[in-house]
Design a binder for this molecule. Structure first.
Ligand code: SAM
Length: 431
């Protein structure tokens, strides 16, 4: 695969610690997402900006994307014609987001947005950016009243997504939407092979960092920080993993000596947790060869070993040695609708028609893996989706197709401030 093109370090008249520079970088990232690129891909194309400049740009980008619908609503009202320059439109979205979060600095924000516009399209849209943002300031209250009737702008999710949530969760959908629009917490998984949770908590406190236990191996920090600032991170004392994701190893509850398959393993968070929990013989498979290297890196840092194979888990004839597994984790590809606060780009990228495709591949993965499980063995099906088609309905259909499958536990974790959204179904094969 061709390497992703990286931009050279931004050549710009703007100071790299200025808001204008952050808005300019954010505009490039937002425009890339609006054109169909994932945020991960877009971030990979940034050049040699300083970590501080990247962090500031990411802050504006994530915030703007989380406010899905709001900026578009304002542009729809204030632009008399579509702009021929996607990065200028994205710059307006970034500036509108900043105006929303820092209304007291409006004058400076407009000024900086105009400076950023000077770096795009030869500066041809400086006047338009200035005029539109000032117009927004004047009409702000009227626009907010008008916005109250627009579902996408008030709930900050695509219309089709909201309709599905309302159908599936008639009472709980507002909480799910609110969690999806919020900032995710930074949660750690303490490596139980290396240190006790209470001892790691003490190490954090000694380093002046605040955290609290969420049960099991999970500790939530009171504010996110770079992993390098975490005591013992490089030595494998902890990993970053959402508390909901940590339920996988707890539910599968591996036992020493078992042969375990993690069929969709990359980047390896759940595989590592399984290995920290018990001395199992783990085979980690993932279709994405680049991502499987991240599994290897993660296991190396944590001092864990597994066999890691890049392969399509459905093509079992290519990688299965014919020995049955005691336990299988199928953490299948899905809409990722339960982790939208961490990946707000999916509000832009996902289409309703994608769900059918995910359901099909999930069913195929289940059908292909089930024969590899020994009688009496357990398979844990996992998604980070909140859509029932990928969750309970998928498992209902599977146990209907497989009379030797028994549902032991089903857990629906809807997204909450403390954890992302996950669905788990623990299935057992008849002995
Ligand atoms: C939800 S992620 C897995 C996260 C991982 N279990 C963890 O905890 O770090 C789903 C993964 O499935 C992989 N995948 C998708 N289709 C696959 C297939 N047919 N065979 C194997 N892996 C697949 C994707 O590459 C992706 O890494």
């Amino acid at each position: 695969m061709a390497a992703e093109r990286r931009n050279p370090p931004a050549v710009s008249a703007l100071a790299s610690d200025s808001l204008a520079f952050s808005l300019l970088l954010a505009a490039r990232l937002i425009a890339a997402v609006r054109s169909g690129k994932s945020l991960t891909q877009a971030l990979g194309t940034l050049g040699g900006e300083s970590p501080a400049a990247r962090a500031a740009a990411q802050d504006v980008t994530y915030g703007s994307l989380r406010r899905y619908g709001c900026g578009e609503f304002v542009l729809g009202r204030l632009l008399t014609r579509a702009l021929p320059h996607p990065e200028v439109e994205a710059l307006l979205l970034a500036a509108l987001y900043r105006l929303h979060t820092r209304p007291d600095s409006a004058y400076m924000i407009v000024d900086q947005a105009v400076a950023a516009a000077g770096e795009l399209a030869g500066g041809a849209f400086k006047g338009l950016v200035n005029g539109l943002l000032r117009n927004y300031q004047r009409q702000r209250h009227v626009l907010q009243v008008a916005m109250a009737d627009d579902d996408e702008a008030t709930q900050q999710h695509p219309r089709w997504w909201l309709a599905r949530l309302r159908r599936a969760y008639p009472d709980r959908w507002p909480g799910i939407v609110a969690a999806g629009n919020g900032q995710p917490p930074m949660t750690l998984r303490v490596n139980q092979r290396r240190i006790e949770v209470a001892d790691y908590l003490a190490r954090l406190q000694a380093a002046g960092l605040c955290a609290r236990s969420l049960g099991g191996q999970a500790l939530v920090l009171d504010r996110p920080m770079p992993v390098d600032a975490l005591p013992g991170f490089a030595d494998g004392l902890v990993s970053v993993q959402d508390a909901g994701a940590q339920r996988a190893a707890e539910l599968l509850a591996p036992v020493a000596g078992q042969r375990v398959l993690d069929a969709c393993a990359a980047p390896g968070g759940k595989a590592a947790h399984l290995l920290e929990a018990a001395d199992v013989d783990l085979l980690a498979v993932d279709i994405d060869a680049v991502r499987t290297r991240r599994v290897e890196d993660n296991l190396r840092r944590l001092g864990l070993t597994a066999k890691v194979t890049p392969a399509d888990c459905c093509a079992t004839e290519q990688w299965w040695d014919g020995q049955f597994f005691d336990a299988i984790l199928a953490d299948v590809p899905c809409s990722a609708s339960g982790v939208v606060r961490r990946h707000p780009d999916i509000k832009y990228l996902r289409r309703e028609s994608d769900i059918r495709g995910f359901v099909r591949i999930q069913a195929e993965i289940l059908d292909r893996l089930w024969p590899l499980l020994k009688a009496g063995g357990k398979l844990l099906y996992a998604t980070c989706s909140v859509f029932p088609e990928e969750n309970r309905a998928q498992i209902d259909a599977f146990v209907f197709r497989q009379p030797d499958a028994r549902r032991l536990i089903e857990e629906e974790l809807v997204p909450q401030p403390e954890h992302d959204g996950f669905f788990y179904a623990l299935l057992q094969k008849a002995a």
